[in-house]
Design a protein around this ligand. Structure first.
Ligand SMILES: [Zn+2]
Length: 287
């Protein structure tokens, strides 16, 4: 999503320097592009899940740290009061919002043991966006490097396994049984050797995607829209087969990004019987 658009809410404040109340800015750094601003609405569903009952904990020295970075960035005026806490998000998330005179900041608790420079970098990223100051690379880089490191990524992956709710309705739909389908495809195309991930139908219809594989919780979900008598079985089989290839050809990230589809992946995809027909059906369904 367009970065400038996402930043727009921060510009509607009373003064150019102020984070508008009730708006939340969320930075998610475990996705590509590596810095993505998500609106509060997008971050919100996570609150409904188990994480909401998990406890947050204060970042010791957090307020002083933010005041320091506030000054270093050359923000005008007196710094606001900061409340800084670690929060058990399901990914590497930073959020900042203002309520009356207090600015509330939440760091992913993945940062709990991170060095001070990393926390300062996180603070600089948040404050530079909210107050529209340019943060010096030297200040921000420790955080970006930390966020992008393989070690952090594998920690996120491990953590998501425990934290991300498997929001699915199970493999048996009204018309298609994905578990049975998985076994048949596994025999036919993978010599029965592919380990079965969690499989289910999405709880809600998706507009853009037929299926997705998330390596964190090790789960394939198919769009429930496809569980319909009007959808030919071959199309559902093809989507499941495609997601099974994602299990076989792992990438660090979930879903159906272009990078996940290597030439080997694409070649193997074409081995699907009725490949062309299935693609035509999906093209038709996508309209
Ligand atoms: Zn894909």
């Amino acid at each position: 999503m367009n970065l400038a658009k996402q930043l727009a809410p921060a510009q509607q404040g009373n003064s150019a320097n102020e984070l508008p109340a009730a708006k939340q800015l969320t930075l998610v750094l475990d996705r590509k592009p590596p810095i993505e601003l998500a609106q509060a609405a997008q971050a919100a569903p996570k609150k409904k899940h188990r994480t909401s009952r998990r406890k947050s904990s204060a970042v010791s020295g957090g307020a002083a740290l933010f005041q320091r970075v506030f000054t270093r960035l050359g923000c005008d005026g007196r710094p606001p009061r900061f409340r800084v806490e670690f929060y058990p998000y399901a990914s590497l998330v930073l959020t900042i919002r203002r309520r009356e005179d207090v600015v509330y900041v939440r760091f992913s608790d993945l940062l709990q043991r991170a060095p001070l420079a990393v926390l300062e970098g996180a603070a600089a990223l948040l404050l530079s966006r909210v107050y529209r100051r340019k943060a010096p690379r030297a200040l921000v880089d420790p955080y970006l490097n930390y966020a992008r490191s393989n070690r952090t990524r594998s920690r996120i992956s491990r953590m998501r396994r425990g934290r991300v709710r498997l929001a699915s309705t199970g493999p048996r739909g009204r018309h298609f049984d994905l578990e049975k389908m998985f076994s048949e495809l596994n025999e036919k195309y993978f010599a029965g050797k592919l380990q079965r991930p969690h499989i289910g139908w999405s709880t809600r219809s998706w507009r853009r995607q037929f299926g997705c594989y998330d390596p964190g919780p090790n789960q394939i979900l198919l769009n429930r829209r496809m569980d319909h008598p009007g959808v030919p079985q071959v199309a559902v089989e093809y989507v499941l087969y495609h997601e099974m290839l994602h299990v076989k050809h792992p990438t660090r990230r979930s879903g159906c990004s272009l990078v996940s589809h290597s030439p080997e992946f694409r070649a193997e995809e074409k081995l699907f019987t009725n490949f062309a027909r299935a693609r035509r059906i999906l093209d038709h369904l996508a309209r």
